[in-house]
Ligand binder design. Sequence first.
Ligand SMILES: *Cc1c(COP(=O)(O)O)cnc(C)c1O
Length: 394
Amino acid sequence: MTAPTPHNPTHRHPLPPKLPADIETPAYVLDVELLKRNLATAARIKKEAGVKILLATKAWAMPAAFPLMRDVIDGTTASGLYEALLGREEFGKEVHVYAPAYTAEEVDELTYVADHIYFNTPSQIARFLGVVKEAGKQIGIRINPGFSMATLGGDLYNPCAPGSRFGTPADQLDQVPWDDIHTLHAHALCEATHEGSAGLIAHVGKTFGAYLRKVSAVNFGGGHFVNKPGYDIAKLIASLKAFRAEYPHLEVILEPGAGLVVDTGYLVSTVLDTMRNGSDIAILDTSASTHMPDVLEVPYRPEIIGAGEAGEKAHTYILGGKTCMTGDVIGSYSFDQPLKPGDRLVFTDMMQYSFVKNTTFNGTPLPDLAMLDEDGTYRVLKRYGYQEFRERLG
Ligand SMILES: *Cc1c(COP(=O)(O)O)cnc(C)c1O
């Protein structure tokens, strides 16, 4: 066994010791023991800092595991109607929802489903204030704090990048009807260290005091990568306590997704065939584009238990997916032994943002499938509702 090294999940978890050898693949597998370890971190933050913690279901939604989380986690935060319904029906605690824009139909339904509805702009608030107030739900405004220390993917994951559509910029905050606002929401981080978290908290406290004094709660969003090795929880707790000392009237909320489920599970796959075309190639029963799209979109390199960088071990392979898309390549990895059909490969850290095709990322409703007949008749062949979304999550 290799000594543990931070930032390398492969070495932290040399093998998933209890994983049966004969499972059918491909499979995303939650490791409950590791989830419980992560939940202990959340429990500590809540207890010592006196804050609420919500699960952002955008990053990970496995309803069968929600009962394990309910004791610690205060509820869920959704990116749209389907996730809000999931939070209401399957988690059963507070339901918060934010989307860059809502349709009137969505807001109507959300007034039944969600407790807190966050809006992106003063114009969306102006449009929906009446109906949300009537329903007695709490209203939040997402601001663009003009601060970010997102560590992933450059501006692809930086909500405060130039031209970003996320949140009302500081120079327009005077257009917000603050008397009706319950929560000021500032999500600006992605896979941030404690320095990012503490930086955002201090920045919001320093810059938006005039507005913080008008509201009842502040939500520092997600992106706090609290269970990543190297993240100093004590520093987060200290900065939350300092903020709370300055604004004692505010309830403080964090809504991490990835930080709650980082390193808690696997994608288990099987080698189907090997071949040579200049290099050795192995074809797997899993696919980057279908099962781990972030590998192509971020892009990033997932870890495989027991594998090394290209050239590090004796046998290097290009790992390719079982689709007919040329770019469906996971990367080059090396192994101690040659790969052969039937070999099991275990990708680690495969809970956060991995099964986004099951969740249709953010629970975004799939478009209708329709046909336009020659006589101009328009026929909807299939409409995908909440039920299809829910069923794909087990
Ligand atoms: C994505 C998102 C989160 C969760 O982010 P993580 O990086 O998974 O912690 C929380 N809040 C909002 C508004 C988001 O868009």
